[in-house]
Ligand binder design. Structure first.
Ligand code: RB5
Length: 145
């Protein structure tokens, strides 16, 4: 199950991504927002984070205007690795190296064609399981000061 969330700056791109997920018959839960009316991106980041941390969803896609604010908000939570990607190389590398569990996109940065390819790459690339990558993720999780 994939968790989707966005603010007003990401609403239109989220609609395109939902169309792609529907075509691929991939299950998702849309946590809003549901229009281009101005909202606060941390609220939607939290909804998607909660769905992942509870185990309801395995991965998430968060979209704001730039992808920056919503990824900063998501990365405040322990266990969340949200990666802002603007190309397929980044999407592939962040799955292989960082085991990213949230893809962040900028609705005002990437067009729908590229965004769908980034989503496809993110969802279909497994974590490498490499020991050095596991160790780095562990170091991130252990960092508290
Ligand atoms: C909203 O105007 C915009 O600030 C937001 O979508 C995002 O780009 C923040 O990082």
């Amino acid at each position: 199950m994939i968790a989707l969330g966005c603010d007003h700056g990401g609403y239109e791109l989220k609609q395109e991504i939902k169309q792609y997920l529907d075509e691929k018959k991939l299950a998702y839960i849309d946590f809003g927002t549901d229009s281009t009316e101005s909202v606060d991106y941390p609220v939607y980041a939290r909804k998607v984070v909660r769905a992942i941390l509870s185990g309801e969803c395995e991965k998430g896609i968060l979209i704001c205007g730039t992808g920056i604010g919503i990824s900063i908000a998501a990365n405040r939570y322990k266990g969340i690795r949200a990666a802002l990607c603007t190309d397929c190389f980044m999407a592939e590398a962040t799955r292989q190296h960082n085991d990213a569990n949230i893809l962040a996109l900028g609705g005002r940065v990437v067009g729908p064609g590229l965004a769908v390819k980034i989503v496809d790459t993110f969802l279909n690339t497994p974590f490498s399981e490499g020991e050095r990558h596991k160790n780095r993720i562990r170091l991130i999780e252990e960092t508290e000061d």
